[in-house]
Every structure is written in C-alpha cells, then in structure tokens.
Ligand binder design. Structure first.
Ligand SMILES: C[S@@+](CC[C@H](N)C(=O)[O-])C[C@H]1O[C@@H](n2cnc3c(N)ncnc32)[C@H](O)[C@@H]1O
Length: 301
C-alpha cells in the first residue's frame, strides 16, 4: 500500500511499514533523523497529500497550540519578551492548528489516523477514538496519547511495562518521582519528547497494515464463500493483490467499480472466515468463489 506518514521526522512508523513491504514515506518540514532520506519527503504535508494517490495516512501534527498546558497564554496580556505567542495571536494559532487536523482527517485519503496528546481537539474537533499509553506497548513511559481514526481499528496493547511505585503512585521511566516529565521544555527536548515510541510505531504498522487486520472485519459480499485462513492466503497469492491489506470500508467502496477480494469474519453465518467479492449475500462453494474471484481480479487489472 502507498502510505504517507505525515509530520514525522523520526521515520519511526515509516520504517516499520517498510519492514512489512509497504511503500511508505515520511513527510515533514524538517529533514528526517531516521536514516532513510530516500523514504522522506521534506515539505508541507498538504502538498504531499495532493501530489499522488495515497491509500492511507498516519499523521502526528504539531501539538504546541493544541495541548492543555500553558492555558494561561490564551488570555489577553502584553506580549512576552521570549516571543511566545499569547492572547489573541495564540488563540488564532490554535484555530489554525485545529483546522490543520480537520483538513488532514477530511483529506481524500480513505484510511487516516491522527495522533496528538490530550488537549483542545477533544472539544474543537471531536473526542478521540482511543487514548493509549506507551507503557501498554512495552515502553517504560507514560504519556496519554489520543488517536482519531478513519477506517482503521483501535490498537490493542502489546505488553505492559510495569511502573515503579513512589508513595503509592505509579511512575514510569520518563517521569520524575513527582510525576513531571524528566525532559523539561526547550526546542530540542520538545523534539525528543515528540518522537513516536518504537513500541507504538510497531503496533500501528502491524495492527493497521499487517496481514492479520483483514480477518477482523465485517462486511457482506456480492458473493462469498466460507474458507480457512490457508485458503484465503492461497487466494491472495494469485498475484500481489493491491487491496489485500486495506480496510473493509475502503475495499467495499472501491469494489463497486473494480471488484475486490477480501476476507471477513462472519458473525451471521457463524464461521470464522468468510471470503467476499464485491457486495451482496450469495454464498458459493469455495472453488467456484475462488474462480470468480480470480476472474474478477483478472478483468480489473
Ligand atoms: C509533534 S512533532 C511529531 C514528531 C513525530 N512523532 C516523529 O516521530 O517524528 C510534529 C512534526 O510536524 C512537523 N510539521 C509541522 N507542520 C508541518 C507541515 N505543514 N507539513 C509537514 N510537517 C509539519 C514538525 O516539523 C514536527 O516534526
């Protein structure tokens, strides 16, 4: 799949997606620090979105004007010597930061994930679909991280990193005993603090764009057959079928025009797997289904 990882200079997610064989690119105003400039597009994320057709986008927008910290800066007051935005200017900066996120979400990319800390987006955009913590993904760190998802499933924690206990309170490696972040404010530290944790990057790539995702989805096909996972895999090896890792919503939308092969977990028929082409509810024996699926595929390529 062609996947854009926008506002990512670390290339943490891009590298994990490349490991899975996807054509993934990071994009940031900054040069990349992940060591793969050949997979990096330095520039404005919206220009890159427009530059080609992307199957999916994962975005890490700047949270400077979106977080709940420094709320005092939004009140009217004299300008600060530090140059930090305050008052009306900061309120306007927040409005455009919210719009930035809305524009990413509403872009023509069918599958979208947006990551940001807890902050203004909950009220000014919408409530996040999920709030995750790095320690649920094997990282020695606490940082409540919101996800807004379009056509992608919630992430599942991979392994819990145990906290240390200080006066009965849970603390992780990035926190002082009193619960503050060990890295205080400064430009470099802000950059370090905003890099995606490797455990989360891996989970995003594998759970959203790894093979197992497909079998968690539900949809009714034009015709379908019940099959085992091996049969499903066999079918998908007929060619490098381009939509095999896409979400059902997206495939369903495309298949009215192009035909599609996808796998779904069937609840209404009580079997574990259900293979489908297009829309509808006609059940076929597996072999007939396979033949039709192959023909559909051939006709559309
Ligand atoms: C909160 S940081 C996210 C860092 C990311 N988690 C990583 O691991 O690289 C936000 C990033 O968005 C980038 N950025 C801000 N505006 C941008 C734009 N219009 N187009 C592309 N990147 C942008 C910044 O340079 C910064 O690196």
């Amino acid at each position: 799949m062609k996947i854009l990882v926008g506002c990512e200079e670390s290339q943490a997610v891009t590298i994990e997606l490349r490991k899975l064989g996807h054509e993934a690119y990071s994009c940031d105003l900054l040069p990349c620090s992940g060591g793969h400039p050949e997979w990096h597009i330095q520039g404005d994320v919206f220009e890159v979105i427009e530059s080609r057709k992307w199957d999916a986008g994962i975005f890490f927008p700047d949270c400077t004007y979106l977080t709940v910290s420094a709320e005092w800066c939004y009140k009217n007051q004299p300008e600060l010597k530090s140059g930090k935005l305050v008052g009306e200017k900061r309120r306007l900066a927040r409005i455009s930061a919210v719009q930035f996120v809305k524009d990413l979400y509403n872009s023509n990319i069918p599958l979208v994930a947006i990551e940001n800390p807890i902050g203004a987006l909950s009220s000014k955009f919408r409530k996040p679909d999920q709030i995750i913590q790095p320690y649920q993904f094997g990282e020695d760190a606490s940082k409540a991280t919101c996800l807004w998802l379009k056509g992608l499933p919630l992430l599942t924690g991979t392994s819990d990193y145990p906290p240390r206990i200080v006066d009965g309170k849970k603390r992780w490696g990035n926190q002082t005993d009193s619960g503050q972040n060990k890295l205080g404010p400064s430009v470099d530290r802000a950059k370090m603090r905003s890099k995606t944790y490797p455990g989360i990057a891996k989970a995003m790539a594998e759970q959203w764009f790894g093979g197992s995702y497909m079998i968690q989805n539900l949809r009714v096909g034009d015709y379908f057959a019940h099959g085992t996972e091996e049969q499903y895999r066999e079918l998908l090896t007929i060619e490098d079928y381009p939509y095999k890792a896409l979400s059902i919503e997206y495939v369903a939308e495309r298949c009215t025009h192009e035909g599609a092969i996808y796998v779904q977990k069937s609840t209404y028929h009580g079997s574990e797997l259900c293979l489908s082409v297009g829309f509808g509810t006609t059940e076929l024996p597996f072999e007939e289904f396979k033949q039709r699926a192959i023909n559909t595929f051939k006709q559309t390529t």
